[in-house]
Ligand binder design. Sequence first.
Ligand code: IVH
Length: 694
Amino acid sequence: MTLRKTPVGDLTEKEAKAELKVLATEIALHDAAYHTDDAPTITDAAYDALRKRNDAIEARFPALIRADSPSKKIGAATARGFAKVKHSVPMLSLGNAFSAEDVTDFVDRIRRFLDLDESENVEMTAEPKIDGLSFSARYEKGRLAVAATRGDGAEGEDITANIRTIKALPDFIMGDVPKVIEIRGEVYMTKQDFAALNAAQEKKGAKVFANPRNAAAGSLRQLDPKITAERPIKAFTYGWGELKGMEWETQWEFIQALRAWGFPINPRTKVVMTVEAMLKEYEKLGADRASLAYDIDGMVYKVNSVALQKRLGFVSRAPRWAIAHKYSAERAETVVENIDIQVGRTGALTPVARLKPVNVGGVVVANATLHNEDEIARKDIRIGDSVIIQRAGDVIPQVLESIAAKRPKDSKPYKFPTKCPVCGSHAVREEGEVARRCTGGLYCQAQSVERLKHFVSRNAFDIEGFGEKNIEAFFEDKLIESPGDLFTLERRGGRKKLAEREGWAEKSIDNLFAAIERRRTISFERFIYALGIRQVGQATARLLAQAYGSCAAWRKAMLAAADRESDAWKELTSIEQIGESMAEDLVAFFAEKHNREIVDALSKELTIEDFVPPDTAGSPIAGKTVVFTGNLEAMSRGEAKAQAQSLGAKVAGSVSKKTDLVVAGPGAGSKLKEAEALGIKVLTEEEYLKLLKS
Ligand code: IVH
C-alpha cells in the first residue's frame, strides 16, 4: 500500500484527483482478489483505511467523484460484511402513544406548537405500523441506486443487492420522476410465509426464527443476496428521505404517487380529520389485527400537510408531526422461580424475575424486569408466586401482578438486599431516588463490566462482533479493564493472548482488531454517549457536543463548572434541556480522578472529531447563542426554538455573557433587563424575522 501522509484537508485539487484515480484502481483490485478469487491481498484494516480515505477525499471534493468510484459500487459487500451507507437525511424513529389520552395530547401539542385554535382540525393520515424492519431505497433519475437498512439512523448497511430481490420494489420508476428520491418503507414477512419458512428450516436442520420480524431481518441481511432471493420477503412503502426536484402538498398525495409508480402501499391507509376519527381507525384496525396477513404493532398518525410537517420539525430523534399508537402488549401467566439482582453501569440494583419459561405471542420469555425495590413491594411479588407477565415489541418483558389466590402458604415478602451482590459494598438509596445503588464505583466489577458493555454497544463505539460475552471474558482475564484498554490491546500482545483462547481463529482476531481500528476515529457526540455518564443519553450527548464543540473544551468546562458560582456552571445549566440534576451528574463524573483518567487515556488513543454543526451556510445566526423571552406572535416559543436550532444556533434558557442575541416579545421581564445590563443585542420578534430573511 502506498503511504499517504498528506492530511485530506491539505490536498490540492490536482493531488486529490490523482489520488482518487489510484484509489479506484487499487480498491477494485482488492475487491476482485477478495470476492472473485477469494484470496485477499491486504488486511481488512488496510482495506477499510483505503475506502475511508477515498470517502474523505470525495467528501471534500464532491466534483471529483469518478464514475468508477468505489463509493458508487453498489451491492458489493465489503470485506467486513456490508458496506456502510450514510443516510443523507437521517432515518428517525417515532414517539409512542399508548392511550387515547396520549393521542389527544399529541394533537394538542401540535396545536400549541402551531398556535392553532382548539376548534381547528389537524388533518392526519392513519397508517398501519408494520412490524418489520425499515429500509431506504435511493432512486436517481428514476433508477434504483442504493438501498440501506436503518442502522443507527445516521448510517445503515448497503443492502442494494438484497432489496433488488424484492419483486414488488421497482428497479426503475417511470413517468414524472424526481431527480433524487429516497423511498422509505418496511420489509416484512407474512405470518403464513414465516410458518412455512420455519418448517422448511427445521426440516433442513437450519436456524428457525422467533417471529416474522426476525425472519424478515435475517433474510434481508444476508451477505449472499441469492439467499435473500429465495426468502419470501415483502415490503410496504410510506415515506421519503432526501428529495430533489419534486414536491407534494400532503402525505396522502405522496402515497398516491408511490402507488402510481408501482410501489406497494398499505391499503388500510386513511386520511382522518379529528382525534375521534383517529381513534376509530385504531380500534377498527385493532379488531382485524389477528386476521391480517402480517404483524402490525400499532397505528402511525402523521400530519398530512407537508408544509405543517416542515414547521413542526423534530425533537431529538423523532418527528413532532407523527406518532405511533401502539396496541397493548401480549400477556401470559407463569411462575417466578427466583429473583436476581443485576448491577448496572451506574451501580443501580435492578431486580430481575427468573421465570418458568413461557411463550408470549410467539417469543419464549424466561426473564422479566421487576423495575426496582418499590415496585416489588407495591405489587408484593414473591419468589414462588404465579404472575402475569407482559411483553410489547422490543421492550423488556415485565411482571404486571401476582395472582394472590395461587400464592404458596409458606411464602414470605421479598427482602431487597442492602449490599451489592457483586462487590459487597453498601447499596444505598438517596433521597428522592427510586434506585438503590452500589457505592463501590469502579471497584465494583459489575459497574466496570457494564460500563465496558455500554462503551462498545451499538449507539456508542459499535465495535462489530464484540458483544457482551467477550467483554465479560476479557474483563475476567484482565485483558480489558477500562475503555482505553481496548485500543491498546493489540500493542499489549493482544493477538497472541487471543490466539491462546478457545474460539479465536486468526480470521476472527483480524476482524476484531480491524473493527477496533475502524473506531479509532469517532464523533464527539458518540464519544460522550459512550462514557455512560448518568442521565446522559444520546440526545443529551448531542446537545453537549453542540454546546462545547470539542472534547478538550468540554473537559475543561466540566471541571470549571464544579464551582457553582462560575460562568461554566451557568453556561452548562443554561443549555436548554440540561437541568441542574443532569449538570450535577456531569460535574460529578469529571470530579472523579478515575473518570478523568479514562477520558484522557481515550483522548490519547482516539481521534475525536469536533462537532460539525448542520450545514447552515448563509444562516445569520449559525453558531450564535440565542435567548427567547416574552410573548412571540408569529410563532410559538417551541417553534422559534426549533427553527433557530435548525439554523445552527444554540438556544439557551437564560441570559449570560455567552449570549449573542436576545429576542424579546411583549411582556419580557428579567431576562431583558439582564441582557441590557450585559450590553447584549436585543431584537423584537419582527426585527429577528427580518434578520433571518436577510
Ligand atoms: S414513519 C420519521 N410509517 O416504525 C418517520 N414508520 O417506531 C419515521 N414503521 O422506524 C417512520 N410502519 O420502521 C412510519 N407507516 C409507517 C410505519 C413505520 C412501520 C416503523 C419504521 C419506524 C418505526 C418507528
